[in-house]
Design a protein around this ligand. Structure first.
Ligand SMILES: Nc1nc2c(ncn2[C@@H]2O[C@H](COP(=O)(O)OP(=O)(O)OP(=O)(O)O)[C@@H](O)[C@H]2O)c(=O)[nH]1
Ligand SMILES: [Mg+2]
Length: 248
């Protein structure tokens, strides 16, 4: 795959206990010629063994291991920093559970080429495999994010398939407390929008594999998100009030 000299995208995969699906994903990524960083967030022995084997057999796969499970958000943040330190300008991150259409990676790369400054968010196209609870939960997050940003720019704040410009994103989240778990991704989209980063939404198919393993905790993760949205919403009103006052 060819891209402009100054754009150096890496694949980033945060993983927790998805040893059964990661091998197939790495196999599909092999043809794209992109370095791949896998951040293992305290998985147990079976997944660790699969990852060790993948890193040993593919020189373009780099494995980073965190000593204990901290959450997807913490793993992503860690991966952003490592990838940037290693010379990446962007990461395309995707989930390890086999839900994403890996064939869309070149479309994310092309979208980076079209607008290297943009945060490119996967806009999921679900098939009939999606559980209804996920669709309802998503609506809650979409509305919350639209309120926080006073815009519809972010179509889906939860999709784990994204392209992230590293310098601008790390600067935007540097002083933010966006949490370590599933609330990190919607929070990141909101603060990136707040700092004026262009947002693009890229349609991509998402499927729920029968018997697939999910770490999304409907109660705890929804509560974490609700708390974060409340905090961000309050801040959006304060910022707006300050701006109005300055204009008077
Ligand atoms: N590093 C890290 N990754 C995690 C953690 N929990 C989940 N992941 C990864 O994050 C991705 C998404 O996790 P899922 O469990 O599928 O969560 P989800 O996609 O929000 O939930 P579903 O809609 O049920 O699939 C996968 O790559 C997981 O391996 C975690 O605690 N740490
Ligand atoms: Mg998933």
């Amino acid at each position: 795959m060819r891209f402009a000299e100054q754009i150096r995208p890496w694949i980033l995969i945060p993983i927790y206990e998805h040893g059964a699906t990661i091998g197939g994903i790495v196999g599909e990524l092999a043809g794209f010629g992109l370095p791949c960083l896998i951040v293992d967030d305290g998985s147990s022995a079976p997944t660790r063994a699969v990852l060790d084997d993948l890193a040993a057999t593919h020189d373009w796969v780099r494995l980073e291991r965190l000593p204990s499970n901290r959450g997807k958000g913490a793993a992503l943040r860690h991966g952003f920093r490592l990838a940037r330190a290693a010379g990446a300008t962007h990461v395309i991150h995707l989930d390890a559970d086999g839900q994403h259409d890996i064939g869309d990676v070149p479309r994310f790369v092309a979208a980076i080429g079209d607008d290297p400054d943009a945060l490119i968010l996967g806009k999921p196209i679900f098939d009939e495999s999606v559980p209804a609870s996920r669709l309802y939960g998503r609506q809650f997050s979409r509305w919350s994010v639209w309120l926080c940003t006073r815009s519809f720019a972010i179509d889906d704040p939860l999709c784990g398939f994204r392209a992230v410009p590293l310098d601008a994103t790390l600067a935007a989240i540097e002083n933010e407390n966006l949490g370590d778990r599933m609330q990190f991704e919607p929070g990141l989209a909101v603060v990136c929008h707040w700092v004026g980063m262009p947002i693009r939404n890229l349609p991509t198919r998402v499927r729920y594999v029968p018997g697939g393993l999910s770490h999304f905790d409907a109660v705890r993760d929804t509560l974490r998100m609700a708390r974060l949205y409340t905090r961000l919403l309050k801040r959006s009103f304060t910022t707006e009030a300050q701006r109005t006052q300055r204009l008077r």
